[in-house]
Design a binder for this molecule. Sequence first.
Ligand SMILES: [Cu+2]
Length: 128
Amino acid sequence: MGAVSTRVKTFAAAAAAAGLLTGIGACASSSDGAAGAEADGPTVLVQDQRYTPAEITIEPGETVTWIFDDAGTAHDVTSVTESKKDPKLLDSGLLMTGEWSFTFDEPGVYEYFCDAHPEMEGTVTVTE
Ligand SMILES: [Cu+2]
């Protein structure tokens, strides 16, 4: 029995060395990052008075989900527009918790900021 379990451990070590377990590790860590969220796609964490990551690049049709979690401070996601009269593509409204998602169908560079904290800025780049 002792010999068998030794062989099993050896196999696991060999598999890890061969990179077979690397993919599993990567999956586990990415789902940890989205813990508590059901978002299926790129996410931006709204925390510590900033967006993380502040710049994100996606493909057309992808949905970005902002996760609001800043210890009771409300933030939003508002499009930067040339004039205040321009319609805002992104306008999440102020949120302290929860999520807000937007699906980007058209290629382009979408700049946004927090209406309550204009120094908070982020960019979503949608590739061609
Ligand atoms: Cu804010």
